[in-house]
Design a protein around this ligand. Structure first.
Ligand code: SAM
Length: 276
């Protein structure tokens, strides 16, 4: 489940799958190799540098409270807090990922501004009106956008709260061969339509294409993982190790074929339109 839309996946299934990817040295090493000095423990191509630019664009500061929805091992949550001074809560379905996140955070200077919790990002158990922004990086594949945006909207406060969704989507049509290769039919279900869900909920949205940088990152990640296949098989198990690599190969091949898009959706409420 490296990525791919399947809104019918349950939170328990998400947790089970992502629990299995935690503390697998071959995966962490491959991401570290692919991301170089921008590696912060993440399971995506997003970087601390990217977050810094995003925070500057959206005017996030020490008074901003951000939910990192689907935070994984929390490297980006902590990097966001460290680089912008904001407070952040990282939420993930995977108890193992949250354990790793808490361990890595302990003792860091930003520790008092970051919390992690286990839960469903599609329906976070947080007080309404307690957040200035929601960030979902590489996590919006398995939640229903319309329902999720409805819940997130209730959590937001202030004049100009934001939702940022960064998501990879494969352009259709797809062949049965593709499906056979990935062993993951969900990858080819209709794209989760965050844009429509956000617009319908009253957000103004800006969409930016991040495909080129993602293609380069996926190339490096696949190469780094392929070199570690024996370790992946050893650490994840033979079949899951091979499946993990096969899924990343599909991402790489889809990029090579020009059928993959990585998209940043920045959505804001309260655009200050004057009533006519
Ligand atoms: C590709 S990882 C990205 C993690 C992190 N955002 C990063 O960039 O490193 C996807 C994460 O989303 C989490 N996730 C997916 N659906 C979720 C849900 N409904 N509730 C909570 N976490 C979810 C998974 O458990 C996994 O840790």
């Amino acid at each position: 489940m490296t990525s791919g839309p399947a809104a019918s996946t349950t939170v328990a299934q998400i947790a089970e799958e992502w629990d299995s990817y935690q503390e697998i040295p071959a995966i962490d090493e491959a991401y570290a190799e692919a991301l170089g000095d921008q590696f912060a423990g993440q399971f995506s191509g997003a970087t601390p540098h990217y977050l810094e630019q995003l925070a500057a664009h959206l005017g996030w500061s020490a008074t901003t409270r951000v939910l990192d929805a689907g935070c994984g091992t929390g490297g980006l949550t902590a990097a966001l807090a460290a680089r912008t001074g904001c407070t952040a809560v990282g939420l993930d379905a995977s108890p193992a990922a949250v354990r790793v996140a808490r361990t890595r955070l302990a003792g860091r200077p930003e520790a008092d501004r970051v919390d992690y919790a286990v839960g469903d990002m599609g329906d976070p158990d947080l007080p309404s009106g307690s957040l200035d922004a929601v960030l979902a990086i590489g996590s919006g594949y398995w939640s229903d956008p319309a329902t999720t945006v409805g819940h997130w909207r209730n959590l937001l406060r202030g004049d100009r709260p934001a939702v940022v969704v960064v998501i990879r989507r494969i352009l259709r049509p797809q062949t049965s061969h593709d499906i056979e290769l990935t062993l993951q039919e969900g990858l080819f279900e209709p794209h989760p339509d965050w844009e429509t869900a956000l617009r319908t909920a009253g957000f103004d949205i800006e969409v930016r294409d991040l495909t080129e940088a993602d293609a380069q990152c996926v190339e490096r990640l696949y190469a780094a993982l392929a070199r570690r296949l024996p370790a992946l098989r050893d650490q994840l198990g033979d079949a899951p190790g091979e499946r993990y690599l096969a899924e990343v190969k599909v991402l790489r091949d889809e990029h090579r074929a020009g059928r993959m898009r990585r998209t940043e959706i920045v959505a804001r409420l309260g655009g200050g339109h004057d009533p006519c």
